[in-house]
Design a protein. Structure first.
Length: 272
């Protein structure tokens, strides 16, 4: 019951801070634009329009879902330290783990609602344009199911940064750097290393492991059409016959647990 009470309080705070409306609006707006743009090419290519929409939104979600998660979580602890409300929360008969899980539950619900709103809008737009005949909703369902653990990972990272920085301004700056490194610069670094390696040892032996190590890349590869990832198949299969999909799932599902564990360790050291 304590976790639920904390979650309810955090939902109220999120609503007052307009994070709920902002998250839903961001996902809905970009999903709407990408679905409209993708719908024009789906007919010409003879591809299922929902598959085209899901592929476009996947590219968006790799950047937007982590950003929304970090915006929701960067001041979850630092903000309470600054406002002086953390001491009050710690006075309740709740462990720090329960407080953290309550915050996570609330922010996870906000993130899930924003994702559902964006994908539902895309589905309705495609149905309005093309009708229900021969549409497959599997790509959108897979996108939603894999975007949730991706967001959960960055919620945990945001909590860890918030606990370590203890000041909302500093935490905001650090989460932006984290987002840039993990979501943008990581892949640019891999691309540069691939070009420099030119098919050598790094490409065949190290690169697949680095792909699996990044939850954003795991999310991207799980949602891209098979044709798009065919070029990576040899490298991924080098890890083992079943490691390509299994490894991606392990990375995507294991990172939220690790991130929340690290956030809990950091939170334990915070004094109000």
């Amino acid at each position: 019951m304590g976790i639920v009470a904390i979650a309810q309080l955090e939902l109220v705070v999120a609503r007052r801070n307009m994070w709920v409306a902002t998250s839903v609006l961001m996902m809905a707006l970009f999903s709407f634009v990408l679905t409209l743009a993708g719908g024009a090419t789906a007919g010409a290519l003879g591809v299922d329009p929902l598959t085209v929409a899901a592929t476009s939104i996947t590219t968006l979600s790799v950047y937007l879902v982590p950003l929304i998660a970090l915006l929701l979580s960067f001041d979850a602890i630092a903000g309470e330290v600054e406002r002086g409300t953390l001491a009050l929360n710690l006075a309740y008969p709740l462990s720090r783990g329960e407080i953290l899980l309550g915050k996570f539950l609330a922010h996870f619900v906000v993130l899930g609602f924003a994702l559902a709103a964006g994908l539902a809008l895309s589905a309705m737009l495609v149905i309005w344009q093309h009708g229900l005949a021969d549409l497959s909703f599997a790509p959108l369902l897979l996108l939603y199911a894999t975007a949730l653990p991706l967001g959960a990972t960055f919620l945990g990272i945001g909590y860890a940064v918030s606990a370590l920085m203890r000041q909302p301004g500093a935490a905001a700056g650090v989460v932006v750097i984290v987002w840039l490194v993990l979501v943008v610069l990581y892949d640019l670094g891999l691309l540069g290393a691939l070009i420099a390696d030119n098919g050598g040892y790094f490409t065949t032996s190290i690169f697949p492991h680095l792909l699996l190590a990044n939850p954003a890349d795991a999310f991207r590869l799980l949602n891209m059409p098979e044709v798009s990832v065919a070029a990576l198949a040899s490298g991924l299969n080098a890890l083992g016959p079943q490691t390509d999909k299994a490894g991606l799932l392990i990375s995507l599902l294991g990172w939220p647990v690790l991130a929340l564990f690290l956030a809990w360790i950091a939170f334990r050291r915070v004094e109000p």
